[in-house]
Design a protein around this ligand. Structure first.
Ligand code: BT5
Length: 318
């Protein structure tokens, strides 16, 4: 009902609309409309009520709530169902449990803060209010070994979105970091459930520091507000991320990773640099040459040999 009332406000931009008109249009009593207006006020909508004129929407909240996220969202499947929470342990865990219970592809879980935000390999993701924490359920028809590429596809979507909405020079550090002036502003965690040769589902988790207070972020992190000197809209950015993610995943599915790779190169903060990498079998150093069609980082070691790295933590030498 709240969404319907907001749609009526959208039709009456900058003017009042009477409680009677709203109640007639929606077929419910004026008392019921008043209760829904109170509910909207409760989540941050500023709604003026003037005797004889009715209600007027003065301001919308920048909150990750369904009414705001669904408004004008231009996707076909991603975010058609969005579950929003003020606080969760981890959006990835909630999305994973849903997917295990049959939740369909495209459902998105979003929280305004997380109590146990996760990074890779059991690391912690600082998730205070002021950030975006979202997880998408995908059911692509791919093999488990292809999943690393989905993280790179998501990184392109996030970098493009951050540039567009916050106007900052977001870059991708292979494989899952989005940096602004060499500081980490977003991270991506892709988790999956798979059998030997088939992925059952993927959870693509994205964390973005939007106007997160610097004091609650670890060393080496930054926020979009800090880097842009403004307050980018969390709602606009979350929507843009969903739209871009659907777009690039569509390209990946139809035309393969090589089509997204060009764009990945465009945003890359890694290629051409001297890097130190912590990978599962030790530390290596060398020149990052390329990302290949499997999403692996190709490195020319200081010894002259080339190696393909499928996962690891990169430090870029500047
Ligand atoms: C990541 O891991 O960068 C993946 C982060 C994914 C977070 C999202 S939020 C929505 C969804 N639900 C979850 O529970 N997780 C996902 P990794 O590459 O392992 O980086 C982790 C490291 O980044 C930490 O060890 C810190 O050094 C640093 N870090 C932690 N919180 C940060 C933050 N808010 N901003 C920047 N850096 C952070």
């Amino acid at each position: 009902m709240e969404e319907k009332i907001l749609r009526i406000f959208a039709k009456h931009k900058n003017t009042h609309v009477s409680g009677e008109d709203i109640s007639r249009e929606l077929g419910v009593s004026r008392t019921s409309i008043w209760k829904h207006i109170e509910a909207l006020r409760g989540v941050g909508y500023e709604i003026e009520a003037t005797p004889h004129l009715g209600y007027k929407l003065m301001a919308r909240p920048d909150r990750l709530i369904p009414e705001e996220l669904k408004e004008g969202l231009k996707t076909k499947f991603l975010g058609k169902k969005i579950l929003c929470y003020k606080s969760l342990d981890s959006t990835n865990d909630t999305a994973y449990n849903l997917a295990e219970n049959g939740e369909r592809e495209g459902t998105v879980v979003i929280a305004e803060r997380q109590r146990k935000g996760k990074g890779r390999q059991g690391r912690h993701w600082a998730s205070p209010p002021g950030g975006i924490y979202l997880s998408c359920i995908l059911r692509p028809d791919i093999e488990p070994k292809e999943v690393a590429k989905i993280t790179l596809v998501a990184a392109v979507a996030v970098a493009a979105s951050v540039r567009k909405v916050a106007g900052v020079p977001a870059m991708i550090k292979w494989p899952n970091d989005i940096l602004i002036k060499q500081k980490k502003a977003c991270g991506i965690l892709t988790e999956m459930k798979a059998e030997q040769d088939r992925v059952e589902f993927l959870i693509v988790g994205i964390g973005v520091n939007v106007d997160t207070p610097a004091g609650s972020l670890p060393k080496g992190a930054t926020s979009l507000a800090k880097e842009s000197g403004a307050s980018p809209s969390k709602v606009a950015l979350a929507k843009k991320i969903l739209e871009n993610l659907e777009h690039y995943i569509g390209i990946f599915r139809k035309e393969g990773f090589s089509k997204v790779r060009d764009e990945w190169h465009h945003y890359s903060a890694t290629i051409g640099h001297h890097v130190k990498i912590n990978c599962h079998d030790g530390k290596i150093e060398g020149q990052a040459l390329d990302v290949d069609n499997d999403g692996a980082l190709v490195v020319r070691l200081d010894t002259g040999f080339q190696r393909r790295i499928l996962s690891g933590d990169v430090v870029i030498a500047h």
